[in-house]
Design a protein around this ligand. Structure first.
Ligand code: ATP
Ligand code: MG
Length: 293
């Protein structure tokens, strides 16, 4: 599976400091020359992921947190659907985070996502996450104003403070057996325009169109700055960001699949060893079944 490793590695950011968004082309398809090839790779990786997840679940030691962030229409939903199509639904939970409710606003900004963290042995998928707190909330100051924070807690340094809180939080998760991988699906402004137009013109896609998405598009440059700054401050070796080219959905999917397989293979996953006593019990049960009647 080395092809997968190489694929995702190119887009992995372990150290954010010098990261520049402009260095990653949303239209890049790496060494993968055709959609057919990508589909073949995806099928193989979906199967492998299913096998690895079975061990993750059986071993009940680690959990995997996958965070997805992107501009609208970048393909978060489709990526989650296709890439995780081979995993047992019982071992995986997807949670989508929208604008916070009144109850959620009465808590600290990491509260609602903490409640949704994957249990040991599971894969947890965050469709949007606590990173919205340094993205949409940064781009729209009215969201921050609605967070009921005391004025002395909202200084110029608030974004740096949130980055620090997030880094510490992810470090804490790591020390508790939660492996974090973060994906920014990097779509171009032109490709987003095309996808919005498709939502307007194709009847089957009409339901996906939201006038608000077009409003957010007007803030494109501010979002890109916020994403870049976020990655610079929160990409770490143990909780890296993958900045995934997203103009070709088939490519996005194999990069994400490769990164997930990488993460699972970095763990020493194995089925639990059965104890001697248990082996004895198994032998006795087998004997009893074979000798029924
Ligand atoms: P889709 O459009 O594919 O259904 P989505 O994730 O875009 O999925 P929407 O209901 O369209 O879902 O949008 C959710 C909105 O909630 C996004 O605009 C997002 O920025 C916003 N949101 C998420 N978290 C926060 C937050 N902490 N504060 C304010 N807004 C938030
Ligand atoms: Mg939306």
């Amino acid at each position: 599976m080395s092809t997968f490793d190489d694929l995702a590695d190119r887009y992995r950011i372990n150290k954010g400091k010098t990261f520049r968004l402009e260095d990653i082309d949303p239209g890049d398809t790496g060494k993968v020359k055709s959609q057919e090839k990508a589909t073949e790779l995806l099928q193989k990786s979906v199967q492998l992921m299913g096998e690895l997840q079975e061990k993750l679940y059986a071993q009940d030691r680690w959990s995997l947190l996958l965070v997805f962030q992107a501009m609208d229409a970048a393909g978060k939903d489709g990526t989650i659907k296709h890439v995780l199509s081979g995993v047992n639904p019982q071992g995986c939970q997807v949670t989508s985070f929208k604008a916070p409710s009144d109850t959620e606003l009465d808590h600290d900004f990491l509260w609602r996502t903490t409640c949704a963290l994957p249990e040991r042995g599971r894969i947890g998928i965050f469709n949007r996450s606590y990173y919205e707190e340094v993205l949409v909330v940064r781009v729209h100051p009215n969201f921050l104003a609605g967070q009921k924070l005391a004025p002395e807690l909202v200084g110029d340094g608030i974004w740096k403070e949130r980055f620090e809180d997030i880094r510490n939080f992810e470090g804490y998760l790591g020390r508790n057996g939660v492996i974090t991988r973060k994906f920014f699906l990097h779509v171009s402004k032109e490709e987003q325009r095309k996808r919005f137009l498709a939502r307007l013109t194709e009847p089957k896609k009409n339901w996906k169109f939201s006038a608000n998405d077009v409003k957010e598009r007007a803030h494109w440059d501010e979002y890109m700055e916020a994403y870049e700054d976020m990655i610079r401050h929160t990409a770490t070796k143990d909780a890296p960001w993958y900045v995934v080219p997203a103009d070709n959905k088939w490519f996005t999917r194999i990069v994400v699949a490769g990164a997930i397989i990488d993460a699972l293979q970095s763990l020493d996953l194995h089925f639990p060893k059965v104890s001697k006593t248990k082996l004895k019990d198994l032998a006795a049960a087998k004997h009893a079944l074979l000798n029924e009647n």
